[in-house]
Write a protein that binds this ligand. Sequence first.
Ligand code: ADP
Ligand code: MG
Length: 351
Amino acid sequence: MNWKKLIPWGICGCLLLSGCGQRLPVQENTNTERHEATTFAMDTIMTFAIYHDDGEELLIDTEQEIRRLEQMLSVTVEDSEINQLNENAGKEPVKLSEDTMALLEAGKELGKETEHCFDIAISPVVKAWGFTEEEKHVPSQEELERLLPLTHLEDLVIDGTDSTAYLQKEGMAVDLGGIAKGYASDSVTALLKGKGVESAMLSLGGNISAIGHKPDGEKWKVAVANPLDDNGYVGLVQVSDCNVVTSGGYQRYFEENGKTYHHIINPATGYPADNGLLSVTILCKSGTKADALSTALFVMGLERAEEYWKNHTDFEAIFITEKGEVIATEGIAESFTLENDDFAYSVVKRG
Ligand code: ADP
Ligand code: MG
């Protein structure tokens, strides 16, 4: 388990940053009672804070929904639907539930939209690097060349009428690590809103879903982590009814021969993306999209990512570069405040 991922960069009504584990805002000045729970699921720490009279019950519903999805989607659950799909690669299509189908479809679509910078079929390459194992290492060029043809999304065949999916080539495998938490976040958000929740803050391993406003009517403040400082943050962004998701190379990595290798792979090369970005934060109504795009735009690099944003209107982004720049897209510039003098700040515009 990776403690770096637990750094509390996410959430604040009143910002709290320290030690291990995520913290939620302290009690707001309000009559609505705050109900909070922390759990370990999908290989990460999750924290939920719900302002509602039935909060305790809703916390149980939230956790149950996450566990239900985890059973289907996780590769660490032995007979999960995704493992069944992977085990039948090159053999036969597998019947899948509605959620798994929806997530595979979303993953494939976002893969196409991002010109395969996001690739849910990247698993064979991720495994070759040992990112799913204790021992990580740089794979040989021959091994990567052998595995890269097994990562093509066209070979993931999804049949909506049959509710089946099929990995056409033996050795292919799906890895939803870059999107499943976002999907789970959307699922839980819909569930809570359906039960009348108007104010809640969910953190699924740093994937934030801010539901409504804080009970005092203010927007939620979310801290954007400083990739160069485990406990620091570069600034705060104010949001309501929004998902905030960050991908970066600073969270999971290893060193070999003095060089650092992180866990976000450029599907074009089979190597960790290495293009001058330290992190990408996406703000989007959809958690699924926010999760996939944070990974995809990190792979794209700044120039291409800015171009992608200019051609899409349903998300905003904050980029942090190796040169010490923080770059926010126009649509959230007003809600973002830089809080760290070590970084130079600029805004990218559509025009
Ligand atoms: P995290 O889940 O660590 O917060 P991401 O959402 O960026 O970060 O997802 C990274 C995970 O997604 C990796 O651990 C790996 O399982 C998988 N992955 C790596 N590269 C890609 C890629 N280019 N497209 C899709 N998934 C990827
Ligand atoms: Mg992601």
